[in-house]
Each structure stands twice: as C-alpha cells, then as structure tokens.
Design a protein around this ligand. Structure first.
Ligand code: PBG
Length: 315
C-alpha cells in the first residue's frame, strides 16, 4: 500500500494544510527596523512601518494568519505600554490591516513583554496578583480589537481571563472578535529563544505559579473546560511536540477547534541540529507539523509557516 507516492497521498489519514498555519511576528519600536533574532533563525523584529511589506510576503506565500507580539522600548511594573492605543502592536495591526485586509490578525494578550519584571501580570510582592491582572488584560484586548484584530489570544494563564476579556469585548461592540485561549500552557524550557527575542525572561523566579506542570494532562482538560465555559472559541496547547497526548485528549473531549504552538525552542533545536549536519531541517520540520496535526490540532502557530506551505505543496 505504500509503494507509490500517489497511493501514499491517497491513503494519508491526516492532511496538513496551509489553511491552519499562523506566523508569529515580533514588533519593536523605532523606524525602518528589521533586526534578525539570533536565537530564532529566520525570524526578525520589525518596526510597525516595516510590517505591511512583511505581511504582504506572508499572504503571498499562502499563509492565512499572523500572531503579533510587542517588544516596546518602555517597560514598567504594570506593563502600561500594553494598553497604549498607539503602542507597538496596535500600530502594527493597523499597518497590516491596510496592507493585507484579508490576512487574519491575532493579538497576543499578555503582560510579560511589557513589564520590567517580565512576569505575565501585575505583581503583589513577588507573586502575580490574579485579579488585578484581569483588568489590564481586558483593557489590552479592547485596545487590540479597536486596532482591528480578528482574534485575541490571552496567554497570561490568569484565572478568569477569558471571561474578563469576553465581557469587555461584548461591552465595546467587539462581539465578533474571537478568543483563542492559551488554555493549556505549560511551564516549559522550550520558550527560551522566545524570551530572548522578546526580552521577557522573568527578572526573578519562574512561571510555575501560573503555567502548567508538564506532568499533568487531566489538569489541562480542566483548564480547557473552564475556558470554554468562559467563552473561548478556540483552545490552544503549548508547546506542541512534547504535549501531543494533551492535544489528543482535548481534541477528543471537546467540540471546539484545537490549536497548538510549535514554540521557539522546538524551531530553534531543529535549525541548530541541521546547522551541524545532524538532521535534515525540512524533513524534521514537516514531520513535527504532521505529528501535531495527527494529534488533533487544526491550527498550528509556527515560525516557519511560509516554509511549511512550500513543503506541503511539493509533497
Ligand atoms: C507569553 C508567551 C510566551 C510565548 C508566547 N507568548 C512564553 C513565555 O515566556 O511564557 C512563547 C512562544 C515561543 O516560545 O515560541 N506571552
């Protein structure tokens, strides 16, 4: 049954398609900036005046969506630049909307890139104060929706964040803005390159107080159930490959679409091993995405979305 390529295609149980791919973009302050990110080969930080052109390339490659992360110059304890309507991300959203009206724009809702301490919320002493964080996240979501995001993606792992955001969006005429919730976000070592790219490594402590313990998957089901109840339209598992079982359990237990984030460390390790000639980057990458798809994710956030489209097309 496996002898010809045509047969293999015919018999493939799952199909990775370009329609579910999302390209992350990092937006910085300044003008005419395109700064390569060393820890994330092939990725760069862009200033918002440059992002329209980048969006056109992504759309032309056949990738339907982008997710934006802000890297502002100004960081403070409460992450105030995250709620600035003329901050880095809202400016970029407007530029992308204008350059590529069809591209789906997702805004990450979290404080870690905007706080000087690098934690995902407002602190009370050394710990994140859950409830005061909710208000800022709701405000950030509103600002992103006003700028034109189709989807907001809360990733702070604050309890009640989906409900707080849904209520705010509904109360500000943004009923049609979707919520993609990072429902099962693990306290993972695979975020290392992202934190370097976004300058969001916690200045003290770690994120284990709010991100999930890698040893747990039943807890992931509970997180997802709560988020769906609060109004999540799509739920995400993050990282991807180490948590395929979690993707499958969620896919089987709930009716909402499942997304997975093939994170920075997963991407960087493929590139690093390929640089040494130890693995074939393209094959290892496609196999990773196929596996995430097979596990049950229909949406995959990935640093090589354009590359993935090309690999799918020439399969
Ligand atoms: C938090 C956030 C993180 C990533 C995306 N959004 C991680 C974190 O530092 O907890 C990581 C993504 C990646 O590693 O590619 N706002």
């Amino acid at each position: 049954m496996r002898q010809s390529r045509v047969l293999r295609e015919m018999l493939a149980e799952t199909r990775l398609t370009r329609h579910g791919l999302v390209q992350p973009l990092f937006i910085c302050d300044g003008e005419a900036v395109e700064r390569p990110i060393e820890s994330l080969p092939g990725q760069a930080q862009f200033s918002s005046d440059m992002i329209g052109e980048r969006a056109k390339q992504i759309q032309a490659a056949g990738v339907p969506a982008v997710i934006l992360f802000g890297i502002p110059d100004h960081k403070d304890p409460v992450g105030s630049s995250s709620v600035d309507p003329s901050g880095v991300v809202p400016r970029a959203v407007r530029a992308i909307r204008e350059a590529t009206p069809e591209l789906i724009v997702i805004g990450d809702v979290c404080l870690c890139e905007f706080t000087d301490h690098g934690h995902c919320g407002i602190l009370d002493g050394q710990d994140v104060d859950n409830d005061s964080t909710l208000e800022v996240l709701a405000q950030q979501a509103e600002v992103l929706a006003n700028a034109g995001c189709d989807i907001v993606a809360p990733s702070a792992m604050a309890d009640g964040q989906v409900q707080a955001i849904r209520e705010r969006l509904d109360g500000t005429s943004h009923e049609k803005v979707l919520i993609l919730s990072y429902a099962a976000k693990y306290a993972s070592a695979f975020y290392g390159p992202f934190r370097e790219a976004a300058g969001s490594t916690p200045a003290h402590g770690d994120r284990r107080g709010y991100q999930m313990d890698p040893r747990n998957s039943r807890e992931a089901l509970q997180e997802v159930a709560l988020d769906i109840d609060e109004g999540a339209d799509i739920v995400m598992v993050k990282p991807g490959l180490p948590y395929l079982d979690v993707i499958t359990r969620i896919h089987d237990a709930f009716e909402v679409p499942v997304a997975a984030y093939h994170v920075s460390g997963e991407w960087a390790q493929i590139q690093a091993a390929a640089d040494r000639g130890w693995i074939d980057a393209d094959e290892a990458y496609l196999e990773s995405l196929d596996s995430i798809r097979r596990a049950g994710a229909t949406i995959i956030i990935t640093y090589g979305a354009e590359k993935a489209v090309a690999l799918i097309d020439k399969r």
